[in-house]
Every structure is written in structure tokens, then in C-alpha cells.
Ligand binder design. Structure first.
Ligand code: AMP
Length: 355
């Protein structure tokens, strides 16, 4: 649990003069652009030299930069950021670069519920949460001798699919496994991948209603992963594996996608269940989250991961998606976050969405 007194900090904040701050990476162009559209000042935290490439994107550039030598140094600048009434928008890279422990003790109001981190970063807890919500996850194989179908082996703490591998037999598993690294083995789910981008507001009732607040579906993407997504250009995976060329799952980009409309009720039911369960387990997830799913040929969803904050898969939709267009034109996830902060500030409810 975080022990920082965000509540106290917020009482000293000038609510009419807030600054939206994030680390310059991941989805920051979209976050700054969305905040700007909602009338906020913006601040980009960058390591080393000012990120020159922002000059090429004036509408996605922060109003000012805080340059630090390394990400851990952010912790030394929190007073300065508090003086600017800064609200931090965490994204995957932000949490990764700062480190989970430092992120939890970051002395700044942060969008979302920071306590979700221990539920998503620990695979056992994640399973308790998602299966407890009634979602189907890929089967876990506890004993590698039981491998009788293709499996995906995931090392703990591996980021962006790096180092994951597929094995079809126990022998193959044994040959490929790097010793000394903790791992889990999951059934490799065959189907099509959809990464669903939700937004949960605990304070607004103007969307798909839940026991408290409401849920939106803002967009969905498919990740572009190298080399698995292109490796077939060179031959079948089996052929290549014989040559010692193994597919990898490193994310290089994101592809926009829509789903057959008849599946949307299931999408909302899953999102609803995840939020309701989170309310019971840890005071609730807040704001953006993403369910990473595979849809099987029986049109069943298998959920292999949850990300509890803005994901880079929302980046194809800086100017809205085929779903957010039905909520409001030009609505990105970054902008939706800014709107939530604006609404909460106006209603004196910032403590309900910031931790
Ligand atoms: P993750 O780091 O868990 O998001 O996984 C990285 C990538 O591995 C995903 O984007 C999928 O392409 C693939 N993947 C992960 N888990 C599974 C699974 N159980 N079945 C099939 N593919 C998976």
C-alpha cells in the first residue's frame, strides 16, 4: 500500500492551475496532446538531453521539460513538481524505468490506483483477480513433463515479450530453457489477438454502468511482434526451428483493429467483471486498463494479461478510434484521462482518481 499523503498534498494544490506530467516515452505524445486539448499545462520528464524529436511534433510536445540524469532522479524533484501542481500520468515505461518500488513511493499525485501494481505484476495474484472475476485464462502447466500441446514459456519480469519461447514437447522445452531464470508455462492459445482498451471512471455515470461509476471501451489494437508476426516470410516455423531460428515476441508497434460487433457484449462483461472484482480486492482499478486476449475459433476469449494503465496500443488513436468516435469525436485515451482529471477537479473529487 502507498503511504504517501496524497490527500494532504492535494489540499495545497491550485486546482485551476494543474500540470499534467509524464515521462517522455511510450504514449507521451498522446498524453500531452490530450491534456493540451483539455486546457492543461504539460510537463515532460526526460533523461539526458531534451528530447529533440518533440520539436517535430508541436502538438504533442510538452510545454516544458524536466531533464534528469536518470529516472530514479525524479524522486529528488518532487517538491519542484508539487509547486507546479503536477499530476503524474503513469504509463508502462514510466513504471518500468522508475522501478515498481520507487513508483510506489513517488511523492506526487498519480492518476489511477497505485496499489493495482502488486496485483498485475505478480502472476499468481493476477490469476486470482482475473479468474476470480470469471475470466478464462490460458491453462498453466505446472510440471513441464505434462507438455503435450504447444506452450509459451514466459520468464518472470520479462518485458514486452522478450525472451518468451514456444515449445511443443518436453524435450524442446528442456533444450530451450535458460537455467536459473524463474518462468511460467502457459498453454499457447490459438486464435486471433485483441488488446482491449477500457476506461473506468469511478466518479462518472455516463457510460456502461457498474455498481459504482461506469465503463467505456475506447479502442483496441493488435501488437506487431517481431519476429513471430513476420517470420513465415522465410519459411514455416517448423522449418526455421530446425535451422535454429526461433520466433520471438518483442513488441515493435501497434496495429489498429475492430472486432465483430456481436462480440462487444462479451467485451463489456469482461471489463465489468474485472472492475467489480478489483473493487472488492483493492479499492478498484481506476482509469485506463487493457485486457490482452486471444479469441478462439469458438469465439471464446482467453485473457493472458492485464495492463492497469494506458497502453501503447492506444497510440494509433491519437485522434479517436472507431469506438471512441461514438462517445465523442477526437477522443484519445490521453484526452479521456485529462477529461477525468478536469471533471474531478471541478467536482472536488481528485482524491477519488489519484493515489
Ligand atoms: P505478454 O508479455 O504476456 O503480453 O506476451 C507477449 C506476447 O506473447 C503476446 O502479445 C502474445 O503475442 C504472446 N502470448 C502471450 N501469452 C500467450 C498465450 N497464452 N498464447 C498465445 N500467445 C501468447
Amino acid at each position: 500500500m502507498t503511504e504517501i499523503n496524497i490527500h494532504g498534498m492535494l489540499t495545497n494544490y491550485d486546482k485551476k492551475n494543474l500540470t499534467i506530467a509524464t515521462v517522455c516515452s511510450h504514449s507521451s505524445l498522446q498524453i500531452f496532446n490530450g491534456a493540451r486539448k483539455e486546457g492543461f499545462k504539460t510537463l515532460g520528464i526526460a533523461v539526458g538531453e531534451k528530447r529533440k524529436y518533440y520539436d517535430a511534433f508541436p502538438l504533442g510536445k510538452p510545454d516544458e521539460f524536466l531533464i534528469v540524469k536518470n529516472y530514479k532522479e525524479i524522486l529528488k524533484h518532487t517538491d519542484e513538481l508539487q509547486e507546479k501542481n503536477a499530476i503524474v500520468i503513469p504509463h508502462g515505461s514510466f513504471v518500468e524505468y522508475l522501478g515498481a518500488e520507487n513508483f510506489l513511493k513517488l511523492d506526487l499525485p498519480t492518476f489511477g490506483n497505485r496499489n493495482v501494481l502488486m496485483w498485475e505484476s505478480n502472476r499468481d495474484k493476477e490469476r486470482i483477480w482475473l479468474e476470480g472475476a470469471g475470466l478464462t485464462m490460458p491453462r498453466e502447466i505446472k510440471d513441464p513433463h505434462d507438455i503435450d500441446k504447444p506452450v509459451i514459456v514466459k520468464y518472470h519480469g520479462a518485458k514486452g515479450g522478450k525472451g518468451f519461447f514456444i515449445a511443443k514437447t518436453y524435450d524442446e522445452f528442456k533444450r530451450r530453457l535458460e537455467k536459473g531464470k524463474p518462468f511460467v508455462i502457459q498453454e499457447f492459445v490459438l486464435g486471433t489477438r485483441y488488446y482491449l482498451h477500457y476506461f473506468y471512471s469511478p466518479i462518472q455515470d455516463n457510460a456502461y454502468k457498474l455498481s459504482k461509476g461506469s465503463l467505456q471501451l475506447l479502442s483496441m489494437d493488435r501488437r506487431d511482434e517481431t519476429t513471430i508476426d513476420e517470420v513465415q516470410r522465410l519459411g514455416s516455423i517448423a522449418e526455421l526451428e530446425e535451422l535454429g531460428i526461433h520466433p520471438t515476441f518483442v513488441v515493435t508497434g501497434n496495429i489498429p483493429i475492430v472486432m465483430r460487433e456481436s462480440l462487444l457484449p462479451k467485451v463489456f462483461k469482461m471489463g465489468e467483471a474485472v472492475v467489480e472484482k478489483s473493487l472488492k480486492l483493492f479499492d478498484g482499478i481506476i482509469g485506463s486498463f487493457c485486457l490482452e486476449t486471444v479469441v478462439t475459433e469458438d469465439l471464446e476469449f482467453k485473457v493472458f494479461e492485464i495492463s492497469a494503465r494506458i497502453v501503447a496500443g492506444t497510440n494509433p488513436y491519437s485522434f479517436g478510434s472507431p469506438y471512441s468516435e461514438f462517445i465523442q469525436p477526437d477522443l484519445s485515451t490521453g484526452r479521456r484521462i485529462a477529461q477525468e482529471i478536469k471533471y474531478a477537479a471541478k467536482k472536488n473529487q481528485l482524491d477519488k482518481i489519484l493515489t
